[in-house]
Design a binder for this molecule. Structure first.
Ligand SMILES: C[S@@+](CC[C@H](N)C(=O)[O-])C[C@H]1O[C@@H](n2cnc3c(N)ncnc32)[C@H](O)[C@@H]1O
Length: 462
């Protein structure tokens, strides 16, 4: 797939961007962080900035018209950029001007090209909360090969370039692939870009790390926007991607993707069934959830009232109570006892490395015979009901990354774990203090310890 610009024009553009400081290092750190979530508001001070950085920010991020002379002074000859569809000519206050036809984000070690809102059905989406969450939740550590399915602008590939020996990216949209090719070439990165449906372009190949931010919106089976609509019923796409994982992952490999979770009866059982039978460890974390009315409102982007009503009626017809979205992480751990867990972390970013490490550790140790400490920052929230004998605490919620509803014994256990006594010894001490049977207390502690380690409340001593 060819970039939109030839090598010489790309080199000239890159030099101009660098010289102006239009890089993620050149911008204010807070503005870069906001930009990563698609928020350009922190760049507004640059609207009146007369430096080349101000010019490029107005042009490529705020999509404001810039006088031709000013743009030429920063970018050099504009014709190649106009011909490639990056800029379009116009007039501003009677003066010849150019305006960006695409967004160009300074991003990590390079730049990313994407469409501004309002494009056609093959719109290449820019930065937003979704790719940001996927990138931040990605498992760490160097890998040999990585695959970015549904790569769009190439935002995930950009992250993978710092982690993987080779990066392959696929998309169904030729426009997205040309944008990704341009981003890669401009950023001096080497990605193998392949056109096709989901995993078809890499059939028979395996990767150490696979990521995907696919079109996971739940709507009637038509594709209005390729970036958003899969054309598959309800959340079938998420199930289909999970089913592909065993054949695309190397031994020890990890797949992470965003998905919708349709709430139909017990949604946790439904989504955990995606992983059952794959033989993979799976951590499925819901990060947000909307009722059908809010969902249609949020995703219908100016669609007419009739379309919204049809969409909503379709959700109601299918008994959809709510629609969640979140992250699915699957790992080919080579274990005979794969763990599948579903959690909720509204608005959060799951620490997937920690979760997989905890699962390995729990399987390789006898948790009762290990020493622990409470994770830094653990909180305990209790609520009480007023009974005949006064206040009675009836709920204890321990929270680190995730929350665990526990009993008083577990609360005391966490307090007693000081890194020197094993969980078994702490439980025996508590039994003596409560006047309870030590064997019973130790037995009931085993499951609590496992749960508290899994949820990050207890950390094992290394
Ligand atoms: C939500 S966008 C994600 C883009 C980018 N990965 C990101 O994180 O911002 C989804 C992408 O999936 C692509 N796509 C849609 N259906 C596809 C399919 N069946 N196979 C491969 N790619 C597809 C779209 O063209 C779009 O680029």
């Amino acid at each position: 797939m060819d970039p939109l610009l030839g090598a010489a024009d790309l080199a000239r553009l890159r030099d101009a961007l660098r010289a102006a400081g239009f890089t993620s290092d050149g911008l204010d750190a807070g503005a870069v962080r906001a930009l990563e979530r698609g928020d350009t508001s922190r760049l507004l001070p640059l609207v009146t900035d007369e430096t080349p950085l101000g010019t490029l920010t107005r042009l490529f991020l705020l999509t404001l018209a810039v006088p031709i002379d000013e743009a030429t002074a920063v970018l050099g000859p504009l014709d190649p950029l106009v011909d490639a569809g990056l800029l379009k000519r116009g007039v501003r206050k009677g003066t010849p001007a150019v305006r960006a036809a695409v967004l160009l984000y300074p991003y990590r070690q390079g730049w990313l090209l994407a469409d501004a809102a309002g494009g056609g059905s093959d719109l290449v989406v820019g930065l937003s909360m979704y790719p940001d969450v996927l990138a931040r939740a990605r498992v760490g550590g160097p890998v040999g090969s990585a695959l970015d399915v549904c790569c769009g602008s190439g935002v995930q590939s950009m992250h993978l370039s710092g982690q993987a020996g080779s990066v392959t990216a696929t998309d169904l949209s030729p426009r997205a692939l040309r944008f990704a090719a341009t981003s890669a070439a401009l950023s001096e990165l080497d990605w193998e870009l392949l056109h096709g449906n989901l995993f078809e372009p890499v059939a028979g190949r395996r990767f150490d790390l696979v990521v995907a931010n696919p079109p996971f919106i739940v709507k009637p089976g038509t594709v209005d926007y390729l970036y958003r609509d899969s054309g598959m019923p309800l959340d079938t796409l998420g199930q289909k991607i999970a089913a592909a994982a065993p054949d695309v992952l190397t031994e020890g490999g990890t797949m992470q993707y965003l998905a919708a979770f349709v709430h139909l009866g017990d949604w946790r059982d439904r989504v955990s069934s995606w992983a059952a039978g794959t033989g993979l460890d799976a951590w499925i974390v819901q990060l947000g959830c909307s009722d059908p009315v809010r969902y249609v409102h949020n995703w219908s982007h100016g669609a007419g009232l009739r379309n919204r009503a049809d969409w909503l009626a379709w959700l109601v017809e299918h008994d959809v109570e709510a629609i969640g979205w979140g992250l699915v992480s699957l790992r080919r751990s080579g274990r005979s006892d794969p763990v599948v867990q579903v959690d909720e972390l509204p608005g959060g970013v799951p620490d997937v490395d920690r979760w997989f490490a905890a699962q390995d550790w729990l399987r390789d140790h006898s948790p009762l015979d290990e020493c622990y400490r409470a994770a830094p920052g653990v909180t305990l929230r209790q609520s009480a009901g007023l009974g005949p004998d006064g206040w009675l605490v009836d709920e204890h919620l321990l929270t680190a990354e995730l929350s665990a509803r526990v009993n008083q014994l577990a609360v005391d256990l966490v307090e007693g774990c000081d890194g020197t006594l094993t969980a078994r010894e702490v439980a025996a001490k508590l039994a003596a203090a409560y006047g309870l049977d030590p064997a019973q207390v130790v037995e009931s502690t085993a499951e609590a310890v496992r749960r508290l380690v899994e949820r990050g409340v207890l950390q094992w001593e290394r």
